[in-house]
Design a protein around this ligand. Structure first.
Ligand SMILES: NC(=O)c1ccc[n+]([C@@H]2O[C@H](COP(=O)([O-])OP(=O)(O)OC[C@H]3O[C@@H](n4cnc5c(N)ncnc54)[C@H](O)[C@@H]3O)[C@@H](O)[C@H]2O)c1
Length: 323
């Protein structure tokens, strides 16, 4: 049995990792300051976790969290949705917080650190599919902060020999993704709107496309990244996606079938900052991590809708409404 530290464990991806590792009988420690994450995301497994309510910017909390950990799965970050509320602090969390975590992991003798990175590193270059050899082109402070975290992780392998693996997630979706944000991720928003039997808003003509990836595949990628041979994985960046792109219109058609929503879709104006198409080349992760997305898009949508559906009655009642 190995000990895993998950940072950001009360968030969307972090909680999926926590549930999966607990189910596999691993020892799990969780660090989260609950700024965006929720304890309820860990419902059912709390007794099996060592939960540290602490901040990435608190070096004592990091030292305690890393002590005795074999693997660190670093998910904690201020996400794009929250970044501009306090850009200076958000940058400190994503950049200095990542650096401080790497220092704590190095000092504690952690075997490997997996760092969650973001496809926003590619910016709006029209070339498709995106591959890891492309020159990064971040277009927002959030994207720049995530890229800085990647660079620190890669440098820590080169300079200190701390094994790090950088996973660039594309559009992750699945249970526990927060649909209550001011600007929620597109699938969480459309699903929760359809389940309320309200008209979802699509920005532009809906022909924009994304490389959506169901969260269980991201969990699997993290676990594979812990075990992949250091000579091909350590200090390297890997796209984690499906390798297929789906338009928003196609997604809406699938979701109408799955949610049984039979109303209209409102087409609002295009958002100027939106990237038109996104698609990953996942061949590097397939080759070096043994990664293969095993849960397909449609199955992922079915599982996601059924989770949001289960939240409906209880959450509708109170002010903490999820949907
Ligand atoms: N969800 C996606 O589609 C996606 C895509 C690309 C990259 N990512 C990256 O994956 C990771 C996880 O994303 P997510 O969607 O689960 O985000 P999330 O916001 O649901 O989870 C992030 C967690 O980090 C915690 N956190 C924030 N600041 C902290 C701090 N200072 N100290 C301790 N904990 C802190 C939050 O409370 C939250 O629980 C992030 O690093 C994100 O940048 C996500």
């Amino acid at each position: 049995m190995a000990t895993y530290l998950i940072t950001g464990a009360a968030g969307f991806v972090g909680s999926a990792l926590a549930h999966s590792l607990v189910a596999r009988g691993e020892k799990v420690r969780a660090l989260d300051n609950l700024a965006a994450g929720k304890r309820e995301n860990l419902a059912g497994i709390e007794a099996s976790l060592d939960f540290i309510e602490g901040d990435l910017l608190d070096s004592a909390a990091l030292a305690r969290a890393c002590n005795g950990a074999d693997y660190v799965l670093h998910q904690a970050a201020v996400s794009a949705a929250h970044f501009s509320a306090d850009t200076a602090r958000a940058n400190r969390v994503n950049v200095e917080g990542t650096l401080d975590l790497l220092l704590a992991a190095r000092d504690a003798g952690v075997k490997r650190v997996i760092v969650a990175a973001c496809s926003s590193a590619y910016g709006d270059s029209p070339a498709l599919p995106k591959h890891e050899g492309m020159i990064p082109n971040p277009l927002s402070p959030y994207a720049a902060s995530k890229l800085a975290g990647e660079f620190y992780a890669a440098v820590f392998y080169r300079v200190y020999g701390l094994e790090t693996v950088i996973l660039r997630y594309f559009n992750v979706f699945g249970p526990r993704q927060d649909a209550t944000l001011k600007s929620p991720p597109v699938l969480a928003r459309i699903i929760s709107t359809m389940l309320r039997d309200e008209e979802p808003v699509i920005y532009g003509d809906g022909e924009q496309s994304r490389d959506f990836i169901f969260v269980d595949n991201v969990v699997e990628a993290n676990l594979l990244a812990c075990q992949a041979p250091a000579k091909s994985a350590a200090g390297q960046v890997f796209n984690i996606a499906s390798g297929r792109r789906t338009t928003i219109n196609q997604t809406v058609r699938s979701l109408k079938r799955i949610t049984l929503y039979d109303g209209q879709v409102y087409h609002g104006p295009e958002r100027p900052a939106d990237i038109r198409h996104s698609l990953a080349d996942i061949s590097r992760a397939v080759k070096h991590l043994g990664y293969r997305p095993t849960v397909g898009f449609e199955e992922g949508l079915e599982r996601t809708v059924s989770w949001y559906r289960r939240q409906l009655p209880a959450r509708h009642a109170g002010s903490g409404s999820l949907l």
